[in-house]
Design a binder for this molecule. Structure first.
Ligand SMILES: [Mn+2]
Length: 410
């Protein structure tokens, strides 16, 4: 296949309706950032499209919750689309369940360059360059009555490079079998490429991490298709706030001063490697010994975090320590399990659950009446093995904390 090279931007999951969240407290000087960074990430995406002079932009959904967010989101997006229209850049948008074509407010005019794919069927659009068609873009918006299937997508019969745009998580093998050149997918917030090569499957991820779990760099993807029809993807960062999870192991004999020096070293290294974004860091300290015990109970963790915030959290850009926690211990002294104490009873009960992964935890009983039997009840079952193990470990640590009494380092 010999074709004219072209390039496009692939971006999804702007979630303009959702500020940054998942922290206990937001300091005053970062409030604006927590509210605005989803918008600035979307704006940077369109800035990148203009700067790179792309041929078109594909948006596989999750851009905004049109039902929840009022006029600001749609007005903002329409404005951005106009910027692209002025440069002749087409936009292909495949909505998710929160951004369906029907829910776009009629009062906000979508410019002509925006092709919003309908729900319930796959539509194909030819992308025209100066010398004729360069590519075919196929897309569909989500439909709860009939979820789209990989089979609905048929590659261009004349051999044009075909891009499929959709929101969802189908089986990569079923996608690969279709013979589409590039699957531009949305619906995952982490960036991933289930399949590279001539039938690429790519999730660009959200343009702005929204909570402590959405760690690392977020952005949009620039896709460059060469004359052989090979697609090359590269990340363009768009996040102005970046969530970082850092784990620090300490020796049993470590002192507070040593641990603090390590934390500062890490902070300096992070600031050096990522100077352009505000860093939001969740610390986990792992290990055994008096230091970790003190971090788990008492005020040491709060004091440490206060000092780190004071020294690094108000710079520009800031490195803000969101939390500092001791990792729940994996093991407790063997004789604790044998003691005829309430703590012994408790640890034996937890171990019973740990050794029998099939035994239900029965957490549903603790939910409010209205939530039983619902979606939350499924989550509360903790059927997912790592989640169950983590919950049991945390329960054991909490039980040990509460039942060990005043002797912190027994
Ligand atoms: Mn999403």
């Amino acid at each position: 296949m010999s074709i004219r090279p072209f390039r496009f931007i692939h971006a999804s999951d702007f979630h303009l309706e959702r500020p940054l969240m998942g922290v206990a407290e937001v300091p005053d000087h970062l409030r604006e950032l927590f509210l605005e960074s989803p918008f600035s990430a979307a704006r940077r995406t369109f800035d990148a499209a203009l700067a790179e002079g792309v041929d078109f932009v594909v948006l596989p959904g999750g851009l905004l919750n049109t039902a929840e967010m009022g006029p600001r989101g749609p007005l903002f997006l329409a404005e951005q689309f106009v910027r692209l229209a002025e440069r002749g850049i087409e936009v292909y948008w495949a909505g998710s369940m929160i951004d369906l074509p029907e829910s776009w407010p009629a009062a906000v005019r979508l410019p002509q360059n925006v092709h919003f794919f309908p729900r319930g069927q796959v539509q194909g659009v030819l992308v025209r360059g100066e010398g004729g068609p360069t590519a075919k873009v196929l897309g569909t918006s989500c439909d709860d009555r009939r979820p789209w299937r990989p089979d609905d997508f048929v590659p261009d019969q004349t051999g044009l490079f075909t891009v499929a745009v959709a929101h969802g998580r189908p089986d990569p093998a079923a996608l690969q079998a279709r013979g589409i050149n590039y699957w531009a997918l949305g619906g995952r917030h982490d960036r991933s490429t289930p399949l590279g090569g001539p039938a690429a499957i790519h999730y660009c991820g959200t343009t702005q991490g929204r909570c402590p779990e959405e760690t690392g760099v977020h952005g949009c993807t620039l896709v460059q298709v060469d004359e052989h029809g090979q697609a090359r993807t590269s990340l363009i960062p768009t996040d102005s706030a970046r969530w970082i999870a850092e784990r620090l192991s300490v020796e049993p004999a470590a002192t507070v001063e040593e641990a603090e020096a390590h934390l500062r070293e890490r902070l300096n290294a992070l600031l050096e490697s990522m100077p352009a974004a505000v860093l939001l860091i969740s610390w986990t300290v792992a290990g055994v010994g008096p230091l970790v015990d003190r971090l788990r109970r008492g005020s040491l963790a709060a004091e440490l975090i206060e000092r780190l915030r004071g020294d690094y959290g108000y710079r520009s850009p800031a490195a803000w320590s969101v939390s500092l926690e001791a990792e729940p211990s994996q093991t407790w002294p063997r004789d604790w399990y044998e003691q005829e104490t309430i703590r012994g009873d408790f640890l034996r009960a937890v171990r019973q659950f740990q050794m029998n992964p099939g035994e239900p935890l029965g957490l549903e009983a603790y939910l409010a009446e209205a939530d039983r039997g619902g979606e939350l009840a499924v989550v509360a079952e903790l059927a997912d093995e790592p989640a169950r193990e983590r919950a049991l470990r945390e329960a054991a640590a909490l039980g040990v904390d509460l039942l060990t009494g005043e002797v912190p380092n027994e």
